[in-house]
Design a protein. Sequence first.
Length: 547
Amino acid sequence: MTLSKQAQPSLTSRPQWQALAEHYQAIGGKHLRELFAADPQRGQQLTLEAEGLYLDYSKNRITAQTIDLLVDLANACQLPDRIDAMFAGEKINITEDRAVLHTALRAPRDANVQVDGANVIPDVHAVLDKMSSFCTRVRSGKWLGQTGKPIRNIVNIGIGGSDLGPVMAYEALRHFSDRNLTMRFVSNVDATDFVEATADLDPEVTLFIVASKTFTTMETMTNADTARQWLLSGVGGERAAIAKHFVALSTNAEKVTEFGIDTQNMFEFWDWVGGRYSMESAIGLSTMLAIGPEAFQDMLAGFHSIDEHFRSAPLAQNLPCLMGLLSIWYANFFDVETVAVLPYDQYLKRFPAYLQQLTMESNGKYVTVEGNQVDYATGMIYWGEPGTNGQHSFYQLIHQGTRLIPCDFIAFGRSLNPLGEHQDILIANVLAQSEALAFGKTAEEVAADGTPAWLVPHRVFQGNRPSNTLLAQQMSPHVLGQLVALYEHSVFVQSVIWNIDAFDQWGVELGKVLAKRIIPELSSTHTAKLQHDSSTNELIRRYRALK
Ligand code: G6Q
């Protein structure tokens, strides 16, 4: 029996949980104005710096004691052992009986990580080497298409974990990308996605990456079939062209071969890499094509630096651990339901979308690892947009709405595009937002501005709205790896406290099965009686009439 299968006492009956509940009664209602006034050093003390990242967590509704109590809870939940178990390749994804080793994907060549008695690191590096030489050939123009022209367009076909990471990383690292290559991403089974992504592309210089761990995903295989037809009709219909214009990223060699892709052109990964934890595996081929093998290595080193920090830093000085525990504090004691992630860097515009999957697919679970229904809230809703754009739309609700929404602000000291005053204006805004959220503006202050009495309530900012601010020097492949690892491990910390399996995703299965059943029923030639509920039956009939 693995560590994760040992029965855990119910979370809410733990004395450490009770201590937090009492502590919440004592300090939950305190205003950040009071907390800052009581401790002039708070803004320096409730901060943490590691691996070039600076986390200011002082604008949270906590005291130093809150952290101690959260760390006590983490220890009671055996977080250090669980961290070790993950890094050691124990099968902590218990419902799928799999190890969880995204950390092995970014471990150095001389590392030794055992799965089922074998070191996986040589395989990891063999695939990285194969990816590097392939990328070098494509980027240098040596990889030729069927008609002898160098590849200039790359289209990644994948969905979920086989899309969100690559898209996010491409956008995040665009500054470092080869501008001679056009990168496109197709995920949705809606044909519009494929048509618009390829409308202006020349098949002769286009390479498709079919990214699918299972190579059976309906959306991806439908898009891959369409791509194959598009390509073959564009280059003269010879099947030999597939070898020059298609590569596969998968764990399923059999299905890849069946599709017509030579396994020589397949980049492998393993069942111990979860889809949403795979952007630095072979699934990152589009990223490596865009930024090159060296920059990809920098990204891996960034991931690894946070992995090492996570596994070795004491819990109270551990960035992902602190972030994860603060989420527990809000989710379970303040009944907070959502967290906004607000990067003040346009390159991170897809980062919140990426985090949605990472956080919500991982921790959207209502049963414990033992299969018991939880009696506490789990996985919060993560969402966000880059600043300053969000300030002109949904920030209103964060400032003056009735809900408490902790925010993670992410900002950089230097812009990759230093132009005039842009960066100072950008950063002034992020600092102003966290300041306004925390301290607000009282009725007295509003009135003192000469505001008419009737308008005062509308212009009051209650404040006491918490946030983290994460600062790094400059956006780079290294920092991107760090940011992703930070949230990955924070998600893991939360799952350990909640005693749920963060690495399965059974919740996506039912809809897939039902869709397969409905597909043939949508055809007007389908004669069998519809046997769904009355609503679904009627919607099917309406659709048939509309098509
Ligand atoms: C991620 C999920 C899911 C998965 C997609 C694509 O953790 O498992 O989003 O990545 O369903 O799966 P394939 O890569 O197998 O096509």
